[in-house]
Design a protein around this ligand. Sequence first.
Ligand SMILES: Cc1cc2nc3c(=O)[nH]c(=O)nc-3n(C[C@H](O)[C@H](O)[C@H](O)COP(=O)(O)OP(=O)(O)OC[C@H]3O[C@@H](n4cnc5c(N)ncnc54)[C@H](O)[C@@H]3O)c2cc1C
Length: 553
Amino acid sequence: MPRGRDDSRGSPTGEFDYVIVGAGTSGSILANRLSEDGSTVCVLEAGPRDLNPLIHIPAGYIKNIYSKTLTWNFSSTPSPYTDNRSFSLPQGRVLGGSSSINGLNYVRGQRSDYDGWAQRGNAGWSYRDVLPYFKRSEMRIGPGDDRVRGRSGELPITDLDWKHPICEAFIQGAEQLGIPRNPDYNSGDQGGSGYFQRTIKNGFRYSAARAFLSKARKRKNVDIRTDSQAARIVFEGRRALGISYWKGGATGRFEYVHARREVILTAGALNTPKLMQMSGIGPADVIQAIGVPLVHELPGVGNNLRDHYGVRMVARLKNIRTINNMVQGPPLLLEMMRWAIGRPNLLAVSPSLVSLFWKSDPALDIPDLEYVFTPASFREGVVGLLDKFPGMTLGVWQTRPESLGYVKARSADPFEKPEIQPNYFSHEIDRRALLGGMRAGLKMLQTKPLQPWLQAVTAPAPDLRSDDELLGWARAKGITVYHMIGSARMAPQTDRQAVVDNELRVYGLEGLRVCDASVMPSMPSGNTNAPTMMIAEKAADMIRGRKLEPIDA
Ligand SMILES: Cc1cc2nc3c(=O)[nH]c(=O)nc-3n(C[C@H](O)[C@H](O)[C@H](O)COP(=O)(O)OP(=O)(O)OC[C@H]3O[C@@H](n4cnc5c(N)ncnc54)[C@H](O)[C@@H]3O)c2cc1C
């Protein structure tokens, strides 16, 4: 019988109060919080344990995002808006999920992101409501206003300790363009530039698994099952009863775990909608096409997928050593030694060092662009290899994209990859914003403080400066920023695309919630790990019938 069409549930392997599918950013937090009071929790994770040392050394990022074993190896369907290119879309497939392979930058977004979620009918998700949940996870090490920053959570957030003159010159140059320094872009007031805050402490990456799951793992009431890939949510009528899954891959054992209270989906914005569709929840045509019985029609499952789409502008430098020259050959040994003795070093930095949030149009009242700056540059057309000469890179993306994509299961086989169409750059607003971002970025790369070292801007090439040329370059060279969200959208039931209510319960069904990046109603203005953590923290309280007091700050 083909995989996934097997009507049996699989061999029973016990029952728990909660069954969580996916031990990534959100699943790790939920496992930790839900087991605090003695409730029993089973966590199913398709990937392996996080034993690979490159997960834990921040510089390992550059290898692991291309790992065949630690990611899902997904790629996008080509689209004419991005010159019919297919994008590699890595998602973590290991304990910690994408937080084990991500770029380590901690960014909460803007006050108006969450106020916007509430205004669109999602009561309880305004900035004042979500702020206590951002704070609860966080162990901020460094300056910050304690009204908005957490000090006693599980996740260390540190400042960059490795400095480079080009970074300072870039920030000074931005100041000369009227973009102020911002001492804390996570304070609720995002505009300006400064250094990224990172999920790194003492030279090590703090994935959600390291920060949260490691605590849950020590409890007897928690069972973490790796190499266990959910194949189907099992229903009795409209109630989710448990999960059928493959232990040990496609040739392994087919098993079933029962949930006494709830099944919680935290498989990420690509796998959660795929699992729902394979379980008969989603758009009727998609369910019919994959040949599984329709359990509940929800047209929004898999739709409303958003991601950030950005470009990397590059300049060649002279008379200075940049990261390019410091991590190739013998200088790398020096950095390794510095890492080993706990001195500031290049193995313990996030891939992007300087942050800058600004506006694509001066008429806007809040930033709509995120810039990431690093004194390093990649070889043109070569994945993951740095230039041999000194260089600097300024990436930019529009923070709140309007382009909408989708995810569709291609069959009922859990091991078949889904069709993913992000539709990057398909919306005019996105193209206008990125054009403004490129124009401002080119100025930022050529300010007076950078002149002593600047040789030439090499990408986009100097002969590409008209609107059409820059947009053409962005279409041809743009990249994913790996921030998939929105494919199981939280919205009031009056919205035809709504998948979950404001307590993250799946509409029309019982005992089933989605608590990961899929539920975001719109893109927060920044990277998505911190907002996903906030969602999981809040979900844990909703499930337990608790609530932290809102904070007015
Ligand atoms: C390369 C990369 C770089 C990034 N950089 C940053 C950054 O610098 N800062 C930032 O804030 N954000 C960043 N992000 C985004 C951020 O990491 C994600 O938004 C966040 O981790 C999403 O959390 P999640 O819980 O929704 O999903 P994930 O963390 O991806 O977790 C999903 C988990 O579910 C498991 N799973 C999936 N399907 C199944 C199944 N059927 N059965 C069992 N288990 C399953 C997966 O293996 C995975 O472990 C980056 C992401 C990537 C991929």
